[in-house]
Ligand binder design. Structure first.
Ligand SMILES: [Zn+2]
Length: 434
C-alpha cells in the first residue's frame, strides 16, 4: 500500500460519511416530527378547536406517526440497499454476470444492466408499497384498492415503464457512445425533449390508462368555474373529474399539461367534500400557480439542474476513482478490447449517489415551493374568496388526516406546502366551523 489515501479510498470515505450524515439528519428530523405530533395529540390546537373534533385530530396524529415510523424503517432498508449496490459489490456482481452471459456487446450489455437494475430495485420496493397501501392506508380507512386492482396497476405500470424506458435508455446509451466527449450535452437535449413530451402525453394518454376522466357534469359548478377562468384570463382545454375514489379516499385537485394539453382535473373525492364556492377557491389557487408562472419556473429549474448534473456526470465518468471508490471495477479496455463502455455503470452510480448530496438542498427547494404556495393563495384570495379557501383547506386537512402541529424544522426540510395555520393566517382568513 504505497498510497494510503488513494483517490478511490477518499471517494469511499466521503461516500460513507455523507451516507451517515443523511441517515443521522433524516432520523433526527423524523423523530422530532413524531415527538411534535405526539406532544400535541391530547388537544386540538386552539384556533381549530371549534372546527376539528378531538377524534379527528387524534386520528391525524396516529396516521402521521404511523407513516413516519414506517418511513424510518424504509430509510434503514434504503441505506442497506445502497450499500449493497455499491461498497458491498452488488453492481459489480451484476455487471460481471451480464458480461459473462451476454459477452462484451457494446449496446446490449449496458442496456441489460440498466433494465435489470431497475427491475431488481422495483422488486425490492414492492413489499413497502404493499405495506403502505394494505396496512397503513387500510387501517385509517383511506385504501379503496382491491388486490386485483393493485396487481392490474402494477402490471400496467411495469409494461408502460418498459415500453417507454427501454427505447429511451437505448437511445441515451447510443448517444453516450456515438457523440464523443460532448455526449452529456446531447443526452441532456434528448432528456429534456422527452420531459416536455411527457408533459403532453401523460395527461392525455397515460393517466387515462389508470383512471377514468369525465368532463365535469355539474352545470352550476361548470358555470361558476367558467366565470372564474374568464375572470383570470385562462383557457383550459377541459375540466375533468377523475375517479380517484377507486383507489383512495384522499382528495385532490390539479392542473396539468401545457399548451394544447392543458387541463384541470378534480378528484371526485374533492367534489364530494367541498361546496361549489370552496371548489372555486381551490381552483383559483391552482390558477394562481399558472398566473405566477410557477410551472414554467419549475421546468426551467429542472433544465438547469439536469444540465449541471449531466456535466458533472460527464466528468466523473472519465475518472477511474469514481468507479473504484463506489465498489465497481470499470470495464477495462485492455481486457475487453474496449468494446463495452462504462456509461451505464457511471449513470447508475451517479443516480445512486446524487440524492445523498441533493438532500442537503431540500430546505431550499421546499422553501421555494412554500413561497409559491403563498403566492397562489394570495392570488386565490384576490380572484375568489379567501374564507372559502380557508374552509376548503381545513376540510382537506381533516379528511386527509394531515397533522396540524408539525415540527418547524421538519417543515423546513420536507413541507412543499406551508402548514394550514400559516396559510390561513397569511390570507387574513379565519378557521370557521363548517
Ligand atoms: Zn398549490
Amino acid at each position: 500500500m504505497n498510497e494510503p489515501f488513494s483517490p478511490a479510498l477518499v471517494t469511499s470515505l466521503v461516500f460513507a460519511l455523507v451516507l451517515l450524515a443523511n441517515l443521522a439528519v433524516k432520523f433526527w428530523l423524523a423523530s422530532r416530527q413524531i415527538r411534535a405530533v405526539a406532544r400535541h395529540r391530547a388537544a386540538v390546537p386552539a384556533e381549530f378547536v371549534d372546527t376539528i373534533a378531538l377524534s379527528s385530530h387524534q386520528r391525524a396524529a396516529d396516521y402521521t406517526v404511523a407513516k413516519l415510523r414506517f418511513g424510518l424503517l424504509e430509510l434503514g432498508v434504503a441505506a442497506a440497499v445502497l450499500l449493497g449496490w455499491t461498497l458491498l459489490g452488488g453492481l459489480e456482481w451484476l455487471n460481471g454476470a451480464l458480461l459473462d452471459w451476454l459477452g462484451p456487446r457494446p449496446l446490449l450489455q449496458p442496456l441489460a444492466l440498466l433494465v435489470s437494475f431497475a427491475v431488481i430495485n422495483g422488486l425490492i420496493d414492492l413489499p413497502a408499497s404493499v405495506y403502505q397501501t394494505f396496512v397503513i392506508e387500510e387501517r385509517f380507512g383511506f385504501n379503496k384498492m382491491s388486490w386485483s386492482l393493485w396487481l392490474g396497476d402494477l402490471l400496467k405500470s411495469t409494461l408502460l415503464s418498459l415500453a417507454i424506458g427501454v427505447p429511451l435508455a437505448a437511445g441515451v446509451l447510443w448517444l453516450m457512445q456515438a457523440t464523443g466527449d460532448a455526449w452529456w450535452l446531447w443526452t441532456w437535449a434528448v432528456w429534456m425533449v422527452f420531459s416536455l413530451l411527457m408533459l403532453v402525453i401523460y395527461p392525455t394518454v397515460i393517466a387515462p390508462l389508470f383512471n377514468r376522466f369525465q368532463p365535469l357534469q355539474d352545470e352550476s359548478l361548470s358555470e361558476r368555474v367558467g366565470q372564474l377562468m374568464a375572470r383570470c384570463g385562462f383557457k383550459a382545454k377541459g375540466l375533468f373529474v377523475m375517479d380517484g375514489s377507486r383507489r383512495s379516499a384522499h382528495a385532490n385537485a390539479y392542473f396539468t399539461g401545457f399548451g394544447a394539453a392543458k387541463r384541470v382535473v378534480f378528484f371526485d373525492t374533492l367534489l364530494s367534500q367541498l361546496t361549489p364556492a370552496e371548489v372555486e377557491a381551490v381552483l383559483a389557487h391552482e390558477l394562481g400557480h399558472f398566473k405566477h408562472r410557477h410551472i414554467v419556473k419549475r421546468i426551467a429549474g429542472l433544465f438547469a439542474f439536469s444540465l449541471a448534473g449531466l456535466a458533472l456526470l460527464g466528468w466523473l465518468s472519465g475518472q477511474p476513482w469514481f468507479y473504484a471508490g463506489l465498489g465497481v471495477t470499470p470495464n477495462l479496455p485492455a481486457t475487453l478490447g474496449g468494446a463495452v463502455p462504462n456509461h451505464a455503470l457511471a449513470l447508475l452510480l451517479f443516480l445512486l449517489v446524487v440524492p445523498l448530496f441533493s438532500f442537503f438542498l431540500s430546505p431550499l427547494m421546499a422553501q421555494l415551493s412554500r413561497k409559491h404556495e403563498f403566492e397562489a393563495d394570495a392570488y386565490a384570495a384576490s380572484q375568489a374568496n379567501a374564507q372559502d379557501l380557508s374552509n376548503a383547506l381545513v376540510k382537506l386537512y381533516k379528511d386527509n388526516a394531515s397533522t396540524l402541529t408539525p415540527d418547524p424544522l421538519y417543515v423546513r426540510f420536507y413541507y412543499s406546502h406551508p402548514p394550514a395555520s400559516e396559510r390561513i393566517a397569511r390570507m387574513g382568513a379565519q378557521v370557521l366551523p363548517t
